[in-house]
Ligand binder design. Structure first.
Ligand code: ADP
Length: 310
């Protein structure tokens, strides 16, 4: 197709991207995600950002890295609290690495018929390889082992899950094509331990609720997005409160949204820290409703010694 007009030029890049999108769409198991998010859109998570920076250098100089016997990055598992930037990081990485982002919805892969799930998984892998270099984002990977839990650790569900994980593991071990895997998980309960062993993923990061300076950073990111940077003044009481209530990045974004709407409706320009406090006190963060799950996640992260993302 590119050669039809007799030459290869810049425009052909768009044509190639379009063709790749069509291949993915026809495949049906993956979703091509458009990303506009930049690394500056992530507040905090500095460890993860530093790590991504190193990997970018390898992907940017793939041949040189290979000649130097550098291992091509296989992938990363982001495990942790909901609403704290795991999906955001997957999107940012695609933009940062300048690679197409293919989202694999684990819920969709787990088809109801015997053998269907594995077949879907193989199809997804094949597609990701066909358009490599690419990023395969395995979203909510825990859904693959939902069957194990539902069936109490036995029965067909467990077998399917084991086979799916086996397929992913073997592929990750052997893959030659530059497909970078980003798996995100809100839970690792029931996940096969070999999946979490060092060497499967290049790194496993634990994403926890933002620390003080991270909450500040996230608040700034979302104010900036709405051109309201000037509202950032004397925010330490706001930050302290958010931290005490364990606000996630998504919760902080919700506060900013509310405050901006309130300022608009009330036609106010004199927004103060107190206004933020009022709004945040009226919100119930996710951490409050999921106390037990959160404690369990922190315990697991410690037990496995995952690298903190921040
Ligand atoms: P999850 O960890 O559940 O995948 P998401 O990445 O989907 O969470 O977060 C939902 C939204 O919350 C993001 O799109 C973003 O707007 C906001 N958010 C979460 N974490 C951060 C963060 N660290 N920095 C900036 N925004 C964040």
């Amino acid at each position: 197709l590119c050669a039809q007009n007799g030459e290869f030029d810049e425009e052909d890049i768009n044509l190639i991207i379009e063709q790749k999108k069509q291949i993915v769409r026809k495949g049906g198991v993956l979703e091509f995600i458009k990303t506009e998010e930049n690394i500056g859109d992530i507040g905090g998570l500095n460890n993860l950002k530093k790590w991504l920076k190193r990997k970018k250098k390898i992907f940017d100089n793939l041949q040189k890295a290979r000649d130097f016997s550098v291992d091509i990055p296989k992938g990363v598992l982001l495990f942790g609290m909901p609403g704290c930037g795991k999906s955001l990081s997957a999107k940012v990485t695609a933009n940062y690495f300048e690679m197409p982002l293919l989202r694999l919805d684990m819920g969709m892969i787990m088809g109801p018929y015997v053998g269907q799930s594995e077949e879907n998984m193989r199809k997804a892998i094949k597609l990701a390889e066909a358009i490599a270099p690419s990023i395969l984002w395995i979203d909510e990977i825990e859904k693959a082992f939902a069957g194990v839990i539902n069936s109490g650790g036995g029965g067909g569900g467990a077998e399917v899950s084991a086979r799916i994980f086996g397929t992913i593991l073997t592929w990750m071990q052997e893959k030659k094509k530059p497909v970078f895997v980003i798996a995100t998980a809100n839970s690792i309960t029931g996940m096969p331990p070999e999946f979490l062993r060092k060497g499967r993923f290049d790194e496993i990061f634990f994403v926890n609720f933002p620390k003080k300076e991270e909450a500040e950073d996230i608040l700034r990111v979302h104010l900036k997005k709405r051109q309201k940077e000037s509202w950032y003044k004397d925010m330490s009481p706001v930050i302290d409160r958010m931290q005490a209530k364990r606000f996630s990045g998504a919760d902080i974004e919700a506060v900013v949204k509310e405050v901006v709407e309130m300022a608009f409706v009330d036609e106010r320009t004199d927004i103060e820290a107190d206004d933020f406090i009022k709004v945040l006190d009226s919100l119930k963060p996710l951490s409050e409703t999921m106390k037990d799950e959160i404690a369990e996640m922190e315990k697991r992260a410690k037990q496995y010694g995952f690298n903190p993302a921040s």
